[in-house]
Ligand binder design. Structure first.
Ligand SMILES: [Zn+2]
Ligand SMILES: [Zn+2]
Length: 423
């Protein structure tokens, strides 16, 4: 039946001269075009599927090569076709809807992008909502469909264990990168930064602070805004500016979540609404770069500034005198690149006193909060590292600048990459 519709549409398109039609006829022609395009997009999905089967049976070169050679397409286009093929296989009803012109290839592209990196169990849950997704794709414009699908996936993700959320952030951290190239036509130098939400927020808060300063300067009154933005980025990355203390991130979190972890009504997000794993909010509380807005049990809002939470200058100096590096026994990251971690977490009542503080590099700070390793420390600074399953991994002193530890620990285990622990 769809085939007949497409044939009719093709005949209409052949017969028509779009250059002279009135508005009503133009609308009809565009709809015929949509029907034909949907049919061809759905045919592409079937071509991709068949090329996969042939390649698996050893009767063809790779599906990518077939789609590119026979279709005269770029690798990017061939990849997009394969992505649509995957979506049609995983989400019931989408292939028929595509063939019927009820949803567009762009809808499928959105779904492909949003589901590409999901953990298996989350992806399985998203697939159970295929009927709702299809209804939304059939009724909504692509941008609306993208927004609602994002929300749907965020909701499903948050229903899973909080560590899945942290894993998502870990993945984003690991995928962060910077690309730099020269645009041949203009000779302009291009830089593309891909950042996880936390570093993005830190980066933009620093830029915004510089931008606000530049805009106050009357000398800049006539400078175009886009140029000022660039000036602000340059100022933010210069070493002077980074010495100035700016609260880089604001986190909104309710008291119950901060102290005891996620519950049904957890609020834990950045100021732009990006949801944040509770473990991450707890880790950020150790760091000077955030201001936390905490909603207390009685509903009042407390702004907690860095001074209440983080080591002061004297305490840092004392810790530096004890630790040359991160307090992880295999870590060589220097003290000045470390965060000061609260052994008893600040969010759980830990005090900002020397006996409760220890320097950890970012990787190991992450390991303790999001990775759910436990760290214990005696009054004489013997630390115990406990795996998430409760077994002890290491016990000893890492205050490597002080005499007893130097005696007890020599030779200190050397430079095993800290990442090994994360697996
Ligand atoms: Zn910490
Ligand atoms: Zn470390």
């Amino acid at each position: 039946m769809q085939g007949i519709g497409v044939l009719e549409s093709l005949q209409e398109l052949f017969a028509a001269d779009p250059d002279v039609v009135d508005r009503e006829r133009l609308g009809a022609l565009i709809r015929h075009g949509r029907a034909v395009r949907g049919f061809l997009d759905a045919a592409d999905v079937r071509f991709s599927r068949r090329s996969r089967q042939l390649a698996e049976a050893g009767q063809s070169e790779s599906p990518m090569a077939v789609l590119m050679d026979e279709g005269r397409r770029s690798g990017k286009e061939a990849k997009a076709t394969q992505d649509r093929d995957r979506v049609c296989e995983q989400f019931d009803g989408f292939e028929d809807a595509l063939a019927a012109g009820d949803v567009s290839g762009d809808h499928l592209d959105v779904l492909a992008r949003l589901t590409r990196n999901l953990a298996d169990d989350i992806a399985a849950d998203v697939r159970t909502e295929a009927a709702d997704l299809l209804a939304s794709a059939s009724n909504d414009y692509v941008s609306q469909f993208e927004r609602s699908t994002k929300e749907r996936i965020a909701c499903i993700t948050s229903q899973h264990a909080p560590e899945d959320e942290a894993a998502e952030l870990d993945r984003q951290r690991a995928e962060s990168n910077m690309k730099r190239w020269t645009d041949k036509a203009s000779g302009m130098k291009m830089t593309l930064l891909s950042l996880d939400p936390i570093r993005d927020s830190a980066f933009h808060t620093a830029v915004e602070a510089q931008l606000a300063r530049l805009r106050q300067d009357p000398a800049n009154a006539k400078v175009p805004f886009s140029l000022l933005q660039v000036e602000a980025v340059m100022a933010a990355v210069s070493s002077d500016a980074s010495a100035r203390r700016i609260p880089e991130i604001t986190v909104h979190v309710d008291h119950e979540s901060l102290c005891h972890g996620r519950h049904d009504d957890t609020l834990c997000e950045m100021s732009d609404g990006t949801p944040l794993p509770v473990g991450t909010a707890q880790r950020l509380c150790c760091e000077a770069i955030i201001s936390a807005v905490v909603i207390d049990p009685d509903g009042t809002v407390r702004q907690l500034c860095a001074e209440q939470r983080t080591a002061n200058r004297q305490q840092r100096r004392a810790l530096r005198a004890m630790y040359r590096t991160c307090a992880h026994p295999h870590c060589e990251v220097g003290f000045d690149h470390c965060r000061i971690h609260h052994i008893q977490w600040w969010s759980q009542g830990g005090k900002t006193v020397l006996t409760n503080m220890i320097p950890l590099c970012e990787t190991h700070h992450h390991l303790v909060h999001e990775g759910r390793w436990q760290l214990e420390m005696t009054a004489d600074r013997i630390t115990t590292w406990i795996r998430p399953d409760g077994t002890t991994w290491w016990r000893g002193a890492c205050n490597d600048r002080t005499e007893p530890a130097r005696r007890a620990n020599r030779p200190r285990p050397k430079a095993r990459p800290p990442d090994q622990l994360l697996v």
